[in-house]
Design a protein around this ligand. Sequence first.
Ligand SMILES: *Cc1c(COP(=O)(O)O)cnc(C)c1O
Length: 373
Amino acid sequence: MSDQKPNVPLFDLTRQWSEVCDDVHAAVERVFATQQFILGPEVAALEKECAAFLKVKRAVAVSSGTDALLAALMTLGVGSGDEVITTPFTFFATAGVIHRLGARPVFVDIDPRDFNLNPRKLAAAVTSRTKAIIPVHLYGQAADMEALAAAAPGIPLVEDCCQAIGTEYKGVPVGGIGTLGCFSFFPTKNLGAFGDGGLVTTNDEALADRLVDMRIHGMRPKYVHHFVGGNFRLDAIQAAILRVKLPRLSGWIAKRQAGAAHYRELLASAGLAGTVTLPAELPGRSHTYHQYVVRVPQRDALREHMAKEGVGAEIYYPISLHEQECFADLGYRKGDFPESEKAEAEVLALPIFPELRADERERVVAAIARFYR
Ligand SMILES: *Cc1c(COP(=O)(O)O)cnc(C)c1O
């Protein structure tokens, strides 16, 4: 296009930086002065504050969302010969950790309304080897936890909350509904560190105690190892920065939700309501809009058109996990999970970060409207 307006970015952390910069500087200076970099009081304080925010008994900070999932499965004793059920429509880490432990990822197709593990298809996939189930609260919308639990009674649910910190299911924050909850503090997540970080939550004190040891090679006391864990430690600088951001998280989520409501109005008044399928807001399941994902016809051409107009958009995720080369030996074929495959061809994430301005959302929708005209 010939207009000279600056691009509308899919995501831009520099706008948040100006809001938190003074407090972050003070927080990291505090850590520098102690020269204590791994775990320690900053991490312990973050864990307490996260547990309060998420309304869980215990929160154990770890090195990433991936390691949160890995440590959670290790804590449940998942290993060779076991099966763990999850969705094929998620970030790779959800299934990668299952495979890394020698267990078998068993995929169950998604519900097309919320893109999450479909409870109505779950029971048929449960076997005597099923050791755990990992529902993902994809894009920030809660999976149907009660229906999942009812479809697989007695099997631990490990919630992948990496995109859903602050999301609620029937008024209860995710991460405290299943047996364990796993969170990511990757910089682009709704609560992002300045590097990698993660968190495991639980209301089970025994599991939490085991996680605390799991994170330091199964060690207690020093140099005595009862089981094999890993180095899943969070460092103090990340914890100090996250403690600056956590009190602001609810406000940022509210801005994402307001942005989503604005998109709904804009798309309707542009006459696009019949063309663009908006994210469903299902009863009892809050949506914190880590991503604002629509379904659209001619998705790839639309995305190219938007790029030409200087408007960011992204595809989460273009290849379902059962189609990934590294999982070829699982024996799945194209066609096995039709809803996941349909989603991978239709989904498009529009810019939704808290600092995105109303005029920028208007430009996003105007670009979409020009494509379908
Ligand atoms: C980001 C993410 C992860 C992994 O988190 P990292 O901190 O990047 O290791 C796992 N699952 C989902 C659904 C994610 O979005």
